[in-house]
Write a protein that binds this ligand. Structure first.
Ligand code: XMP
Length: 318
């Protein structure tokens, strides 16, 4: 029978055997999956592990600093924080196709990792928190033409990197990874975090990205997520997100006509992210969040709530 503790024991054994005395680089994303992977590998090989947490400019408000702190102070992981936001935004300039964005973001991560270990040549492995649903939704059973979304962390590494992948949770579902994380002593506040996609807000600003649009979305998203916490609703949903739509619409503010952006809010319930239903959030809550976003976020004059389930919609809009 599968249990978190037997999984941990077996994985630690096999990581030690596989890695020997080489070094492992682990890309941390701020999410549960990569954190569990890093903690597991740290337990197995100690300071043969180096973690990298990249600010790609696509993270939530204050997320980089807060999460970096948690990694260091609470989880005691050997982690290096790298600000690469300029590089990511540069590489993404003018790109509006969702799959192109994913490829560029994935490649830019690799570039940044590559630079981070350029001076040391004893790195042999790259560890990632790829989950089972990432694998099946990306490398679909029916072949590449049936791919739903190419999760950037699935699909291998460029030859030149000379690193082999370690993906210890590749066969697990999210709830199992959370179980492993609890068993490893990762704080509940971290275990309970909603999933957040590797490409981050890059696939939530629909179409072309800009720093201004990302900042605007960061504000709206923060009001939504803070609100969920204040109302005690955060743990009732699988995931909640704000999306910045690439359309403007007419509104009125005082005596003035406005012509500004729309933010779509989405919250879903789900067991594994493979199917999902829209969350029946209370009207008073939605009303308050909508008012706050429109009043406090410059450039937004309309908020809508997404009432689609997956399938046929997906959780993310891109
Ligand atoms: P969808 O939008 O396909 O999302 O219903 C299912 C789950 O996967 C997350 N997601 C991603 N995660 N890289 C990731 O690491 C990606 O490119 C990506 N696309 C979607 C999404 O947030 C949801 O939890």
């Amino acid at each position: 029978d599968w249990t978190a503790s037997s999984f941990i024991e077996t994985e630690i054994q096999s990581i030690r055997e596989q890695v020997g005395d080489r070094k492992v680089l682990c890309g941390l994303s701020g999410g549960v999956d990569s954190t569990v992977v890093a903690t597991l590998i740290h337990k197995a090989i100690g300071d043969q592990l180096l973690c990298i947490f990249v600010d790609n400019g696509l993270l939530r408000k204050n997320e980089f600093n807060e999460v970096l702190d948690t990694y260091k102070e609470h989880l005691h992981l050997p982690v290096k924080g790298v600000d690469a936001s300029g590089k990511f935004l540069n590489n993404l300039e003018g790109i509006s196709d969702p799959e192109e964005k994913r490829v560029i973001i994935g490649n830019t991560f690799i570039e940044v990792f590559d630079e981070a270990i350029a001076e040391e040549n004893d790195f042999k492995y790259l560890a990632q928190g790829t989950l089972y649903p990432d694998v099946i939704e990306s490398v679909s059973f029916k072949g590449p033409s049936a791919t739903i979304k190419s999760h950037h962390n699935v699909g291998g590494l460029p030859e030149k990197m000379n690193l082999d992948l370690i993906e210890p949770v590749r066969e697990l579902f999210k709830d199992e990874v959370r179980g492993v994380g609890r068993e490893l002593g990762i704080p509940e506040s971290f275990i309970g975090r909603h999933p957040f996609p590797g490409p981050g807000l890059g696939i939530r600003v629909l179409g072309e990205l800009s720093k201004e649009k990302l900042d605007l979305l960061r504000e709206a998203d923060s009001i939504f997520i803070q609100g969920l916490r204040e109302y005690g609703l955060y743990d009732n949903v699988w995931q909640a997100l704000a999306v910045l739509l690439p359309v403007q619409s007419v509104g009125v503010m005082g005596d003035e006509r406005t012509y500004e952006y729309t933010v779509a809010l989405r919250a879903v319930t789900s067991v594994d992210g493979m199917t999902a239903d829209w969350a029946r959030l209370p009207y008073e809550f939605l009303s308050e969040v909508s008012n706050r976003i429109i009043n406090e976020v410059r450039g937004v004059n309309r908020v809508v709530y997404d009432v689609s389930s997956k399938p046929p919609a997906t959780i993310e809009w891109e």
